[in-house]
Design a protein around this ligand. Structure first.
Ligand code: URA
Length: 280
């Protein structure tokens, strides 16, 4: 009997992909084990032998990497509040270095659809297809989203505001390996998406999935509890919040959840019928 041994390089590659390292981020590999380590206070005598503090030598460590989420939120808030147009907002997000996922993404994903649409959809974050194309919801879950929208006569390609849809995400960059965005990444991104919504001023919002619903409604409730009724969305970020700015919002299950759990399609259908009632 012959034993088929697996090519060790192929096995290592498969392991990396399973861990989420599925994109090359530089032309040449870097051997991190050779990176010199800087230790602080080598010359300070100590009682015990503390672990040396390791300081990265990389010159462009982002604010978020340094644990300064609050500082990154502050910077994002200032930037977002200063944007008066969607073009300015897109340029501000592209220039913002407070999110390290920007470094591993191939493209920024800002929006798709008609900016004058009555309905705006907000999803979670770009996946691999969106990252490649630079547009939200273009992969399999996007195809299902398009079908869901078509069921109530809405389309991202329609050029009349009544039937058109505008689409964006909480995050504008793909988290590596399609992992769920961290709470810090969501917090840092919130000023940008709140400004985005405030500039588009849709009449209704569809919050697609738990990440978008919980973040924009500032709620700790699960999507199964939030869906099935309208909630008021009001931007909470300083400089973006405006008195009387309220958008009725319907949270619903994310299409990628529906692909895994088709039995919940009925719930989304009910949510869309509620929106259709309002649109009439
Ligand atoms: N899932 C999302 O939440 N957004 C996208 O753009 C694609 C997949």
């Amino acid at each position: 009997m012959t034993l088929a041994l697996k090519n060790p390089y192929l096995a290592a590659l498969e392991w990396q992909i399973a861990q989420g390292a599925d994109e090359g981020i530089a032309d040449a590999p870097v051997d991190r084990t050779l990176t010199p380590v800087l230790t602080i206070a080598d010359d300070v005598p100590s009682m015990s032998s503390p672990k040396p503090r390791v300081v990265s030598k990389s010159a462009d460590v982002s604010i978020a990497d340094l644990g300064g989420t609050a500082q990154a939120v502050l910077e994002a808030t200032k930037l977002a509040a200063s944007c008066q147009t969607l073009e300015e907002l897109s340029a501000a997000i592209a220039a913002f270095d407070g999110l390290s996922i920007k470094k591993t993404a191939s493209n920024m994903v800002f929006s798709d659809g008609h900016p004058c649409a009555r309905v705006m959809v907000v999803g979670e974050a770009p996946g691999a297809d969106e990252d490649r194309m630079g547009k939200p919801f273009v992969g399999v879950s996007g195809q299902l989203l398009d079908k869901i929208l078509a069921s109530i006569d809405l389309s991202r390609t329609d050029d009349t505001p009544e039937k058109a849809v505008y689409i964006s995400n909480i995050l504008n960059w793909r988290p590596p390996g399609n992992r769920t965005p961290s709470p810090q990444e969501v917090e840092i991104s919130l000023p940008f998406i709140e400004r985005h919504i405030a500039l588009v001023k849709p009449q209704y919002l569809i919050l697609s999935g738990g990440v978008a619903a919980k973040a924009l409604l500032r709620s700790g409730e699960s999507i199964s509890k939030l869906r099935g009724r309208f909630h008021d969305f009001t931007p909470a970020t300083d400089g973006i919040a405006q008195a009387g700015f309220v958008i009725p919002s319907i949270p619903t299950y994310h299409p990628s959840y529906l692909l895994r759990t088709p039995s919940q399609k009925k719930a989304v259908w009910m949510d869309m019928l509620m929106l259709l009632e309002k649109l009439k």
